[in-house]
Design a protein around this ligand. Structure first.
Ligand code: ARG
Length: 283
């Protein structure tokens, strides 16, 4: 059974949430967004983490950056080393410096990316290794930058279905998301190129294999602390598959945020390691 530990997350209230552009197949600018509902769902998610004993910090949302709620894309933090995001689409470009400043202000060691990468959307820690997506958003060359920075083994995985444009929409790290212990994952094989499917089945022969139905509600955009897995209430088989492995499943409705193509994981940036400055809440 997996090891559970307290986590440190960074989240961004969806105060300025809207769908005013379309950069993934989930976004439809003609359907209005219910902001109070998005905020309510987001607060519930934040409070679930806090009730589990995790630390949640909040970064101030900025007007004009509606996708800033998807904190997972803001940066990637491994061993206290912050690798900045560099967004593919100009609509989100201004988010990266805002997130980087949050970390710099707290004394984290920060690195500004040269290569396009969308933070933890495509860079997931799974035990000792980094699993890194490419194909839609993050450039493959960014994987080399990340590898050089963290000095960890990094495995490049090619995404093949535009609905699963970030790695965290196609793959969940169930155990080892904090960089320790044995990695356990769940994923949708079909979301990866044939070569990457082979890599995944070699590295993770015991992985939970999700089906289309569960992936299509962004069921794999889930957050695990090694014991509890927070996921969409719309999953059909996944919760049972996880329970069989001994995980405690907690369903949290993030349907309003799904209008922009994100779920619980997208709203949650893992802060691993600590910054040097006083006032930092990292434990
Ligand atoms: N609208 C956002 C985009 O397309 C959604 C980001 C979802 N984030 C994630 N970590 N998958 O960029």
């Amino acid at each position: 059974m997996a090891e559970w530990s307290r986590r440190h997350y960074l989240m961004c209230r969806p105060a300025y949430f809207t769908v005013s552009y379309e950069i993934n197949p989930w976004m439809d600018t003609t359907v209005p967004v219910d902001v109070p509902r998005a905020i309510e769902q987001w607060e519930y998610l934040r409070d679930v983490y806090r009730d589990l004993g995790h630390t949640v910090d909040e970064i101030d949302p900025e007007p004009g950056l509606p996708d800033m709620v998807f904190a997972a894309n803001g940066a990637t933090v491994v061993d206290g080393l912050v690798y900045s995001a560099k967004f593919r689409h100009p609509e989100r470009a201004a988010e990266a410096p805002v997130y980087l400043k949050w970390f710099a202000d707290r004394g984290y060691v920060t690195y500004e990316a040269d290569r396009v990468n969308e933070g933890e959307g495509d860079l997931l820690l799974a035990g000792e290794r980094v699993l890194a997506g490419f194909g839609f958003r993050t450039e493959r060359a960014a994987h080399d930058e990340a590898r050089a920075l963290w000095k960890r083994e990094l495995v490049s995985l090619e995404l093949a279905d535009p609905r699963y444009y970030h790695l965290d929409t196609a793959l969940t790290v169930l155990n080892g998301a904090d960089g320790t212990g044995a990695a356990e994952i769940a994923y949708l094989p079909r979301a990866f190129s044939p070569a990457s499917q082979e890599i995944l089945s070699d590295l993770f022969p015991d992985a939970v294999l999700a089906d289309d139905e569960d992936a299509a509600v962004l069921g794999l955009n889930a957050v695990s602390d090694g014991r509890h897995v927070v996921h969409s209430p719309k999953v059909v088989r996944l919760a049972g598959q996880l329970a069989e492995r001994g995980y405690e499943t907690i369903s949290v409705d993030t349907s309003e945020l799904l209008r922009a193509g994100g779920g619980a994981k997208c709203c949650t940036l893992a802060v691993r390691g600590r910054g040097a400055r006083a006032g930092d809440t990292t434990t």
